[in-house]
Design a protein around this ligand. Sequence first.
Ligand code: NI
Length: 210
Amino acid sequence: MVSKPSYLLIVVLLAALAAIGLITWVAWTLTRPAPRVQVGDVRTVAVAPTVKIGGPFTLVDHTGMTVTDATWRGKLLLIYFGYGFCPDVCPTELQIMSGALDALGEDAARVQPLFITVDPERDTVEFLADYVSHFHPSLVGLTGAPEAVNEAATAYRVYHKKAVEDSATDYLVDHSSFVYLMGPDGNFLTMFNTGTDPRTMAQTILSYLK
Ligand code: NI
């Protein structure tokens, strides 16, 4: 038979073990690293599978030619919506796209980068011809009538709205900022968040080219 003090000792020991276990678990929970996202695993961008992204458009390129979404069938399309007067986000994203294309080397020939304006009033054919020349040589700028631009933006679920309007020609445009990757038959493949690393973008594009 176990004496009463021994019972007490066992209870205290069990309580101490439970406390140590709890503290260890809490410490582990607080210090464990966040789940790692594999390089090139940008396909995990949250897109509800039922939301259709992309669709037909008819616009004018920076050389004045009328083009449609079917103009580059057989190539992957890397599409960004923005505007030429954007002070920061748009140039940064276009540089990222250019960096990704450079990282692709010869495979970049199978990818058509497009910059579609959401500010057709200021982003004319002439303006875009100069603008796109500051980025990648294969970058094509697209503009058009406001209704045509709206149709394209709507198809890609792009939000855009004039903001901070100082005058008719001096204003900012709020807009969503994703880079869309479309397949050779025009189907949506994936999209990249703002600030995606160019090499990560290139690796993901390459995974769809194989
Ligand atoms: Ni922008």
